[in-house]
Design a protein around this ligand. Structure first.
Ligand code: GAR
Length: 190
């Protein structure tokens, strides 16, 4: 099985997936990124995974980028800290696209809800728990069917950074295993 990862941030989840599947029969074929300065590109280089940069015009039109994606023929596309909407055009060609979100959707989702903004909103709302959601991707933000959630407590002492650390821990612990399960399901239904 082959997956490609879309990421535009630090890339800790992308690296965790690459390490987890290293030496298995699942290949992380490439990283796709729209931010030239993103940490995920250094990680890809260090780990020997090819990466492809693209810009907004290419993402909107499909020029160049669609044929590059198609050339990898991925069984699964994983969004790991990727912030642009995934277009209908590509969902029609690749129905298996999943995303990881750092909150318990449908809470704290939607446009602008990413990274620290999510954790700040969780603290501001005096939530007593938060967590992570892995879900199928649709052409709307944070909208598709959930696949997996894991929870953690938020205490009155926790600031957004403390929440971010807890979420990071949950993501590192669970995401690769969830991706593995999704790939197994896809293989079984093929
Ligand atoms: C992760 O926490 C992921 O859940 C979040 O971005 C972070 C990326 O970190 N995604 C979103 O907020 C999507 N709305 P990473 O670059 O270190 O993997």
């Amino acid at each position: 099985m082959k997956m490609i990862i879309f990421a535009s941030g630090s890339g800790s989840n992308a690296e965790n997936l690459i390490q987890y599947f290293n030496g298995s029969d699942t290949e992380v074929s490439a990283i796709f990124c729209n931010v030239e300065s993103a940490g995920v590109l250094d990680r890809a280089e260090r780990l020997g995974v090819p990466y492809k940069l693209f810009n907004r015009e290419e993402w909107k039109s499909g020029n160049r980028i669609d044929s590059i994606i198609e050339s990898y023929n991925p069984d699964l596309i994983v969004l790991a800290g990727f912030l642009w909407l995934f277009p209908e055009r590509l969902l029609a060609k690749f129905p298996h696209v999943i995303n990881i979100h750092p909150a318990l959707l449908p809470k704290f989702g939607g446009k602008g809800m990413f990274g620290m903004h999510v954790h700040e909103a969780v603290v501001a709302a005096h939530e007593t728990e938060t967590g992570i959601t892995v879900h199928w991707v649709t052409a709307k933000y944070d909208d598709g069917a959930p696949i997996f959630q894991a929870r953690c407590a938020v205490t009155a002492q926790d600031d957004a950074h403390a929440v971010a650390n807890k979420i990071h821990e949950l993501e590192m612990m669970h995401f690769p295993r969830v991706v593995e399960e999704v790939l197994k399901d896809i293989a079984q239904k093929a």
